[in-house]
Design a protein around this ligand. Structure first.
Ligand SMILES: C[S@@+](CC[C@H](N)C(=O)[O-])C[C@H]1O[C@@H](n2cnc3c(N)ncnc32)[C@H](O)[C@@H]1O
Length: 546
């Protein structure tokens, strides 16, 4: 196979996030952006140390997984919603398998992920509360466009007048803004030349409140009267309500949305959203989970995984606007949030006051440095780092606290897969894992892991000669290992000796006196889940022990 050669083949599997594999005469080629089962034409574009990569040129035949018609008019050129022709159920199945196998490969086959499945978003479309659209043109010197970049292109922008990831209010605003500047003959910003005016349209819309913020981001290279735009926007027949219109000037070379100067043209520069009964004030640049309803699912899982925070000191690292901290604060002794964006920290403080919480503290700073200055010691830690995961130098500082329970929320499974082995090496065990799909139709997926380690004073006294000890019991018919093997073979479940002893005791079978009893009175002993209990009981029945 040589660079530039064109082949046809069927995508056999897709690894997270979008790495498809095609077998051509025994040679594996990685082709991104496809769906398993699609027959595609591709061109070899990279060959490096035995790895061959191809660029997808055309889908020749649909995959059997593609059971519906595209839902928007810029598919597949946009590439944002690669999975939109699959049913949502199939999307979830695929993401679940991808995340599971990625994590399993990272920690080793013998480590139980205690996988609990994937949770879908409560709504499949119109779920985004924030969207950044770019100004540009669809082809060189074409008419002004406003929307999303063409897949693989930094320049060509497709007008997203029909995007199904956002509420129709947002597409109505997009069309209004595009019409306004097209009529004026305003030109879009060109990155390479650093000339032009229009850069981005940033929209935020509270899913629960319907409150909308509109931000037009431009350079300072032209001047227009925005009053007619404000009138036109306010006259739109929307389901929600525009509460603020901003003009942001950004003359930086970097293409990210940021502000050199912000002018409020109408209303205010914040809106409110309510999650799990708490109210949050969100401003232009504060991080907030982009799918509010799925964030409620995510946060409920975090609350469940972290367990009882009563009278505990909790660290919420990478705290954003302090949502998690506030959800855990009601019973905790104190929650300390650490967040690098000062604006988000200020918003977190305002939000905590808004929600009547006095036991949350928010510190602006890099987790890497801020931990050095904190004198408090946490009892439990929640980690929700950005896509790159935890800084390698911050990880040992986090592990050094030696807390019993850590909940790690990850928006990029490959970063989680990189970080997990360090937790295991430090003595943590994976207690629970699941995924939450915040980004329907796209390749992305959120994952939550509960990592636990037993503190010395919670040590469970286990007689290592358990099987021999039990062998003296009249009721014994099978060893612990035989029960484990039976449960794994018949139910596909791994069970510990601890769980077996708990079930045996429940069934009135005598086990070693000290077995399964914690040393200290207030120690936490993991309890056998219902599903495993049933499987162990079946084994006990099989071995005629009950
Ligand atoms: C995935 S968000 C999580 C926010 C929050 N937990 C939530 O659910 O809304 C990650 C956050 O980490 C912040 N961040 C990124 N790098 C950081 C660092 N080195 N130290 C502290 N915060 C950081 C980002 O600004 C962002 O708010």
């Amino acid at each position: 196979m040589k660079k530039g050669e064109i082949y046809e083949g069927v995508i056999e599997k897709v690894e997270f996030p979008n790495k498809g594999y095609i077998n051509i005469d025994g040679e594996k080629v990685i082709v991104k952006n496809g769906i398993p089962g699609q027959k595609v034409r591709f061109m070899i574009n990279k060959k490096r140390s035995g790895r061959v990569e191809g660029r997808l040129l055309e889908v020749l035949e649909k995959s059997p997984l593609e059971v519906r018609e595209p839902v928007c008019n810029i598919f597949p050129a946009c590439g944002g919603c690669m999975y939109q022709t699959m049913s949502y159920e199939e999307q979830l199945k695929m993401k679940e398998n991808q995340v599971k196998s990625l994590l399993q490969a990272a920690v080793g086959e013998d480590v139980d992920l205690h996988w609990e499945g994937i949770h879908g978003s409560p709504i499949e479309f119109g779920y985004r509360n924030k969207m950044e659209f770019s100004f540009g043109d669809e082809f060189k010197d074409g008419p002004l466009s406003l929307g999303l970049h063409k897949k693989g292109s930094t320049y060509d922008v497709l007008t997203a007048s029909d995007c199904k990831l956002v509420h129709p209010d947002m597409t109505a605003i997009l069309s209004c803004v595009l019409d306004f500047f097209t009529e004026l003959g305003a030109v879009h910003y060109k990155k390479m030349q650093h000339t032009g005016y229009l850069r981005h349209l940033l929209l935020r819309r509270g899913v629960t409140s319907g409150e909308i913020l509109v931000h037009v981001i431009t350079t300072s290279q032209a001047q227009y009267d925005y009053a007619p735009l404000v009138s036109r926007l306010l006259a739109l027949p929307l389901e929600g309500k525009i509460v603020g219109i901003m003009h942001i000037i950004n003359d930086s070379l970097s293409d990210v949305v940021q502000s050199d100067e912000t002018q409020i043209l109408y209303g205010q520069d914040y809106f409110y959203e309510t999650l799990l009964g708490l109210r949050f004030k969100i401003s232009t640049f504060s991080f907030f989970q982009p799918n509010s309803l799925a964030a409620e699912v995510l946060y409920s899982i975090v609350r469940d995984y972290i367990g009882d925070t009563k009278d505990k000191e909790v660290f919420d690292l990478y705290s954003g606007t302090g949502t998690i901290a506030q959800l855990l604060a009601s019973v905790a002794k104190e929650v300390i949030g650490v967040e690098i964006v000062e604006e988000a920290v200020e918003a977190a403080k305002v939000n905590a006051a808004l929600n009547g919480l006095t036991n949350c503290r928010f510190i602006a700073g890099d987790v890497l440095k801020a931990l050095d200055d904190l004198t408090e010691k946490p009892d439990m830690i929640v980690l929700d780092p950005p896509r790159d995961g935890i800084h390698p130098k911050a990880l040992p500082k986090i592990l050094a606290y030696g807390v019993e329970n850590i909940v790690y929320i990850s928006c990029k499974p490959t970063s989680l897969a990189r970080d997990l082995p360090s937790f295991l090496a430090a003595g943590y065990q994976i207690q629970r894992t699941c995924s939450v799909d915040q980004f329907c139709e796209t390749v992305h997926c959120e994952t939550v892991v509960l990592l636990s380690q037993q503190k010395p004073d919670d040590t469970i006294e286990i007689d290592l000669d358990l099987d021999e000890l039990d062998a003296t019991s009249a009721e014994l018919k099978a060893t612990y290992q035989e029960i484990k093997d039976y449960v794994l073979k018949e139910f596909g479940l791994k069970v510990s000796s601890l769980y077996i002893s708990q079930v045996k005791r429940k069934c009135g079978i005598e086990v070693g006196e000290n077995y399964n009893l914690p040393k200290s009175e207030n120690a936490r002993v993991p309890q056998c889940p219902k599903e495993k209990e049933e499987a162990i009981k079946a084994a006990l029945e099989y071995f005629a022990m009950i």
